[in-house]
Design a protein around this ligand. Structure first.
Ligand SMILES: [Zn+2]
Length: 335
């Protein structure tokens, strides 16, 4: 079975960097990059991808193509596949559960009039189309984390229920696209959107959001003192996922006087990345965990000396702070 990195790499080679950025995620990319993934009906991967196979992959392809037919961006297609994984395991279920006994189909849509007839809810293409219509109507869905976008579309009891299916959704869609989309023109105006590509070395933007403060001297927003800012700030809603920037081992998760809860990852060769201002309940990893670029390690917070929800991201090399932007740029990840 292909690894995630292998599958994504394969997609990159086949489709060019532009499409790979789209296939990988996020917020409104450049127009040329916003094109949906469109699959041909044949050429489904043989065997399992992320534990899904056969009919499940055919259903994933139907979901992707329903989005393509609507012109839904690739991010919406990924969210739809993730949601169906979390609701039905990519199977057209003719049963509901305790909280939704009348729920049916790939998305477990309720019998409340909003999702069409029984036949509609049991039809992969129609149910997916109705899912996309609801998703695209959610205010600001593009900038929400995928699980929150799905939650606002579907109203799951647990808003973070879908989060654990996101890596599998990336893997499945990349595998589907890699085997069925022969060529897509590469454009040069596809600036990586956060979190962006995973590079061949396995590095990725650590969070989606706006660069709100750079590395270097500044007047500290709370103390008013001119002080060196040892990292960069990426501002986004609290709760937005934070990802390991690259492969490594988690060497610290815990409280600090000013950084809130801090996660530190050791990447070897004296390189550390540090992720600050999280709330303790938002830590999604633990000391000793082996992570890859793109592994969710926590959620953006505003804990400690912070004036708003953001990730404070630092890089250390040989025990010294270094500007994360050139460091990450050298690894192929513009911030
Ligand atoms: Zn900062």
């Amino acid at each position: 079975m292909k690894t995630l990195a292998g599958a994504l790499l394969g997609t990159t080679l086949l489709l060019g960097s532009c499409v790979s950025a789209v296939a990988l995620v996020p917020p409104p990319p450049a127009a040329a990059c916003a094109a949906p993934v469109v699959l041909s009906p044949d050429g489904l991967p043989v065997g399992a991808v992320a534990g899904y196979s056969g009919e499940q992959l055919a259903n994933a392809a139907a979901i992707v193509n329903a989005g393509g037919a609507l012109g839904a961006p690739a991010r919406a297609q990924l969210i739809a596949v993730m949601t169906a994984m979390g609701e039905s395991g990519l199977r057209v279920l003719d049963r509901g559960d305790a909280v939704g006994p009348d729920s049916r189909g790939l998305f477990q849509q309720r019998d409340n009039g909003a999702w069409g007839s029984y036949a509609d809810r049991m039809d992969p293409t129609i149910s997916a189309t109705n899912f996309y219509r609801a998703l695209l109507a959610v205010d600001g869905w593009e900038t929400l984390s995928p699980t929150l976008a799905a939650h606002r579309t579907q109203r799951n009891a647990d808003p973070y229920h879908y989060e654990k299916y996101w890596p599998a959704a990336l893997e499945v869609v990349a595998a589907l696209a890699g085997t069925t989309v022969p060529t897509v023109p590469t454009t040069t105006d596809c600036a990586p959107a956060p979190p962006g590509d995973i590079t061949t070395e396995g590095w990725i933007r650590p969070a989606a959001g706006r660069l709100s403060s750079t590395y270097g001297y500044r007047i500290h927003p709370i103390t008013g003192v001119r002080k060196h800012h040892n990292g960069i700030d990426i501002a986004n809603d609290c709760g937005t996922p934070i990802y390991a920037a690259g492969p490594g081992v988690v060497v610290r998760t815990g409280p600090t006087p000013s950084y809130g809860t801090l996660v530190v990852i050791d990447h070897g060769s004296g390189v550390l990345t540090r992720y600050a201002h999280m709330y303790p309940e938002d830590i999604l990893t633990s000391v000793g965990a082996t992570v890859s670029g793109g592994t969710a390690i926590g959620r953006i917070g505003s804990n400690g000396q912070s004036t708003g929800c953001h990730l404070h991201f630092e890089v250390q090399q040989g025990g010294e702070f270094t500007d994360p932007r050139p460091f990450m740029a050298a690894l192929g990840v513009p911030l």
